[in-house]
Design a protein around this ligand. Structure first.
Ligand code: FAD
Length: 699
């Protein structure tokens, strides 16, 4: 509803997985309390706004996807503003504030936001507020919350400026007064309440709720007695604080149970990224010994009868379900165990206050309850604060309620980071820890994100093994901990390991726990082409591959491909190839001993392997990690990269390895070129830009 005294600003969001949209909705909701009205649109809805003529301030919330790309919804917009023919004053009339979302564990942090920001500046647009770059790696809220707090004053000033320009100073008073009184209004919301009156009011216009409770008044379920905070217990100052908790997100989904007739949608209907293929698993091999720290499996898929195509270096996605036992447990907690196979109709709640509410695309309009919990919702997702806020309303125990309020409050921000985010807590962990919390199915549909298909790098060559696709993965083991009563396996890797277990362990009494065999199990996959991580187009160009652990996977595909090309084109010139591989123990997890064959038949020119956990009796300790071996080969590495204009590929763990390797390369370049570190970093940046230093890294 638009009140006359409210001043408008344009609010655009560009979202990939819903985070930017949720933050924009938060801004939209808070705007009313500040005497403002946000005219909110997805950035792709270009018929609903026009930046060319926009006079009001513009707020943009934009996330980053892939390797530093703006979200798909912003592609058209970015293409439009990147038009080289636009004059430098094209957006000179525009005042804007931009909030970028990203994850610093990935290269090109917040690049989606940075790209748009840079281009708007080039086209003459002015910042009315400093750009915020929020990092999902440490918690978006660390930047998002203060950025939104500061936005209102900045908007007020921007609107004032605009009014002054228009010579209509009087009209701005309404806004000034509403904004300058807003903080007082918030303070007036402070309630000193008894526990029985502990009730939160979330009228749409309120920015946040503040509860002030005297410690004497409340029973904090032993929290005050405990000296150490935990997921369920708080200690002072959090336990004694007045809390700023987020506004209750409006409900917007309703579900209706129907009879048991009908069929569930096909899995392909859940995927918007392209065609899916249901393919048989033809082989499963355990690459690691039983006593290895991690279990690595190789699976082979039969794609012969499909149109699925790939090149070595490509990745593809596996559609995976949630674990049966977790789905059953959720059904039990929801009190819907008997209704798992009933069909559910999912609709937008009539009269919802949520702007632009629509049914989440990843939940079918009609399917069984079990289908939704198994294939559609990421039930392992770390609950966001808005979800915790909504769960407060479904919790009957007063102490539990207060702790959930703390965890989603400003005052409890570090508890949230420690006991929820860093502890990888999921909905089931919460429901165990807070047994009086009984959420509804519609709430889960509103707050749980899409169950994402998992990506894997192809570890084979279509030339070497036509009609086959192989991939390698570590089975993710998540141990039990203070916030997690049970250990778990990764959703996809745990499922795949269970699926192929009969192939790996045909009989419990078998002496051979490691063997190859075939099955009729099928999995659904779809392509995720990688534009850059491919063999050099010119085979005479030398290249270096660095892939410790399962990071070696795509390089097996590279080498198989190269071997076939060498056999088929004996007159071609082939450049030298280097592989740096590392694992923990020579006997337990040396994933591909057949690398030696590539060396013997000349496909691989140099193979450098290191073992990080094997003890050595050598006088000089052997190098432990791939970056150490790279340093030992500094001269050769520099020659390949600089003199021979070769390619450098890195694949594997994004957390440490990729950075350690690029640090080693900077050192090598600076040493071999006798240049300072900054100069070496610039050269590395140039190599990246020229797509001669390529990374395929994951966590
Ligand atoms: P999930 O259920 O998604 O769980 C993983 C999450 O569990 C982690 O992110 C972490 O938050 C949490 N976790 C893990 N360990 C712990 C712990 N000890 N304590 C607490 N929490 C923990 N993986 C491969 O193995 N091989 C590949 O070839 C490969 N290629 C990839 C290519 C691309 C382009 C991308 C993006 C990823 C690739 N991955 C690869 C990673 C893969 O997609 C999955 O992320 C991985 O297999 C885990 O999936 P999962 O569903 O089993 O685990």
């Amino acid at each position: 509803m638009c009140c006359e005294s409210k001043r408008r600003f344009l609010l655009l969001y560009a979202t990939q997985k819903g985070q930017a949209k949720a933050i924009a909705e938060e801004i939209w909701q808070q705007a009313g309390a500040h005497g403002l009205e946000a005219d909110m649109h997805c950035i792709s809805e270009m018929d609903k706004y026009n930046l060319e003529t926009e006079k009001d301030p513009v707020v943009i919330v934009i996330s980053t996807t892939g390797t530093g790309d703006p979200p798909d919804t912003a592609r058209k917009f970015v293409k439009k503003i990147q038009d080289k023919t636009l004059p430098p004053d094209h957006f000179a009339h525009l005042q804007y504030g931009l909030l970028g979302l990203g994850d610093s564990e990935y290269m090109f942090f917040c690049n989606g936001g940075r790209t748009v920001d840079r281009r708007l500046q080039e086209l003459g647009a002015q910042h009315f507020y400093d750009t915020g770059l929020a990092d999902d790696c440490v918690g978006l809220e660390l930047v998002v919350d203060p950025w939104i707090d500061g936005l209102w004053l900045a908007l007020k000033e921007a609107l004032q400026l605009q009014k002054e320009k228009e010579g209509m100073n009087s009209a701005v008073d309404a806004v000034s007064s509403s904004i300058s009184t807003a903080p007082h209004a918030v303070h007036e919301l402070k309630l000193s309440s008894e526990v029985q009156n502990l009730k939160l009011e979330d009228e749409g216009a309120k920015a946040s709720d503040i509860l002030s409770q005297k410690l004497d008044d409340i029973n904090l379920v032993a929290a005050a007695r405990d000296t150490e905070p935990s997921l369920v217990h708080s200690v002072p100052p959090v336990s004694q604080s007045a809390l700023n908790i987020p506004a209750l997100p409006p409900e917007y989904i309703e579900v209706e149970f129907q009879d048991t007739q009908g069929e569930n949608p096909h899995l392909s209907s859940l995927i918007s990224e392209g065609t899916t293929f249901e393919v048989p698993v033809t082989k499963a091999v355990q690459l690691t010994r039983e006593d290895a720290i991690k279990t690595a499996l190789l699976l082979e898929l039969d794609i012969a009868d499909t149109a699925f195509q790939y090149q070595p270096g490509d990745a593809f996605c596996v559609i995976c379900p949630n674990h049966v036992s977790e789905v059953e447990e959720l059904l039990h907690i929801l009190g819907l165990s008997e209704k798992g196979d009933d069909f559910v109709c999912v609709k937008v709640k009539q009269g919802t206050k949520k702007k632009g509410a629509s049914r989440p695309q990843h939940v079918p309009e009609r399917s069984t309850l079990r289908f939704i919990l198994t294939w559609c919702l990421e039930i392992r997702a770390i609950p966001k604060k808005a979800f915790l806020r909504a769960l407060v309303e479904c919790t009957s125990d007063v102490g539990e309620k207060r702790r959930l309020q703390e965890l989603c409050s400003r005052q409890g921000a570090s508890d949230y980071t420690c006991f929820i985010r860093d502890s990888n807590v999921c909905l089931l962990d919460l429901l165990h820890a807070f047994p009086s919390c009984k959420p509804s199915l519609s709430l889960l549909i509103e707050h749980l994100p899409k169950l994402q298909a998992r990506s894997y790098s192809v570890s084979s060559s279509n030339l070497y093994q036509p009609g086959r696709l192989r991939f390698v993965f570590n089975v993710v083991e998540i141990p039990a901990g203070p916030s997690r009563p049970v250990s778990r396996r990764g959703v996809c890797t745990g499922w795949l390991a269970e699926l192929v277990a009969p192939l790996l362990h045909p009989s419990k009494n078998s002496l051979h726990t490691k063997r190859e065999s075939s099955s009729t199990e099928k999995i659904s996959i779809f392509p995720r082409p990688n534009n850059a991580f491919h063999l050099p187009a010119d085979p005479s160009v030398p290249f270096i591959m660095v892939g410790p652990g399962t990071g070696i996977s795509p390089f097996i595909g590279f080498l198989q491909h190269r071997q076939k090309l060498r056999e088929q084109h004996t007159h071609w010139e082939f450049g030298e190839t280097w592989l740096f591989f590392g694992c923990r123990h020579r006997d337990r997890d040396y994933l591909f001993k057949q690398l030696q064959c590539f060396l013997e038949n000349g496909t691989l020119t140099h193979l450098k392997v290191c073992f990080s956990r094997d003890s050595s009796t050598a006088e000089v300790a052997p190098p432990k990690y791939v970056q150490d071996v790279l340093r030992l080969c500094a001269k050769e590495v520099a020659r390949v990269l600089l003199k021979e204009r070769g390619y450098f590929y890195v694949c594997g763990d994004k957390k440490h390895m990729a950075d350690d390797v690029s640090d080693a390369i900077v050192d090598i370049l600076s040493m071999e070129m006798e240049a300072d570190k900054l100069e070496a970093m610039k050269i590395l940046a140039m190599l990246r830009e020229a797509k001669r230093y390529l990374q395929d890294v994951w966590s």
